[in-house]
Design a protein around this ligand. Sequence first.
Ligand code: FAD
Length: 457
Amino acid sequence: MVMGEVPEEADIAVIGGGVGGYTAAIRAAELGKSVVLIEKEKLGGHCLNYACIPSKTLIHISSIFYDSTHSQKFGINAQNVTIDAKKMLEWRVGVSEKLEKGVAFLCKQNKIDVLKGSATFIEKNRLQVTDGTEVIFKKAILATGSIPSNLSSMPFDGKRILDYKQALLMDYIPKEMAIVGAGYVAVEISTLYAKLGSKVHVIARSDVLSKFDRDAVAIVKRHMETLGISIHFGVAPKGYDNGVLELDNGEKINAEVAVVAVGLSPYTDGLGLENAGVETYGRGFVKVDGRLQTSNPDIYAIGDVIGEPMLAHKSMRQGVISAEGASGLGSMYDNVVVPAVIFSDPEIAIAGSVEQSEGITVKKFPLTALGRAIALDETDGFAKIAYDSSNIITGIEVVSPDANAVIAEAALAIEMGATLEDVADTIHPHPTYSESIKEVAEAALGRPIHFFYGGTA
Ligand SMILES: Cc1cc2nc3c(=O)[nH]c(=O)nc-3n(C[C@H](O)[C@H](O)[C@H](O)COP(=O)(O)OP(=O)(O)OC[C@H]3O[C@@H](n4cnc5c(N)ncnc54)[C@H](O)[C@@H]3O)c2cc1C
């Protein structure tokens, strides 16, 4: 701020213009508050510019490329199909730019004052922004997200040792690629580059997708192997030099690039949380209560910066709740489930838990019995449903193409306390993957139609 300049005053200051932050800003503006949104890089944050949207764009393109040369069974004999990586990147970047512009438009229409710069708390109700503005706020919402975690043995260099952002911004297809990590980000990136023709190695400290249902993961692993992905289990990297990744078992892997995808860390660098009385826990996540208020009740925090699950739709929901709370409404973050989708091959989508436990029964329906899956030759998958002794649904998992599109029904059912009967008796459109949810509910009720459980359904 230039000396003598009057600080900007706002009812609500939102720090971070990612999916959580811009959602909070829009909701607060809808509630009639004056809102300042401070973003140091790009509106839309990681999700729109570097993570969710870019990865799904590239996954889609890689599947078109792969399917074009693997569809002989349908009578398609495409030859000399090539991929132009520069053109692919142009499309991927263009999508992010379009979405970023869309967010800017929405901010403008909602009369949100967007400041470009990095914000630091200098007092409990004051922020200094690097563009020179000082902001005095009544309430603030922290939505500064996360950054890729690094490995001391393999520091990112942006050329050969890449984080997930850089791996999704390459203008060439590497011949050989190593991915350190075996969580969903590693699985998605390995699958997409394998489909584009790279020889991919996945370095897994224990197993692939170790936090997910083993039945589902077994299918995904089988497909990864079919794509030629080599999974190295129970090993860690020792270092990467001159195109060679060395593992702690002595093995050496040739890799033009090595992608380190070992998780996300909360991002609070330079925020001056100590000046605002905002406490953190664990690896530096911001501590919040059920209303998303931090240890300073005038400051809320949402999204990746407050911890797991680090997912965009959780950030967006918390954006709405925090904006309502900061605007004087009594909203609580009390959602029962945060659905999750892994855009693997096939996709795994889950809402709630499908683990067998005390008082919970789990039923499974195989895609070998689903018309749509048979038509598309995608029968390696299933739907699972978990329910309690009152038939109330506690979890649904779908492993299939387009599982992303059907899982919202599961989330809605669980949020509403739906029973097996509610789902089984709802007419589902045919022929769709959504029918797998209805079929598994029918099976759980002991009245399966399209699969014979050997008289024990
Ligand atoms: C490869 C990959 C794929 C993913 N795919 C999915 C997916 O398919 N679906 C899904 O739900 N989730 C996905 N995620 C997770 C998702 O990207 C995050 O959960 C989501 O982006 C978190 O949103 P956020 O608003 O909390 O933070 P972010 O999107 O990280 O936004 C935070 C913003 O704050 C800004 N900022 C930080 N500090 C300051 C400061 N001091 N001043 C001003 N601005 C600041 C940053 O520049 C950034 O723009 C994926 C993640 C990765 C890595």
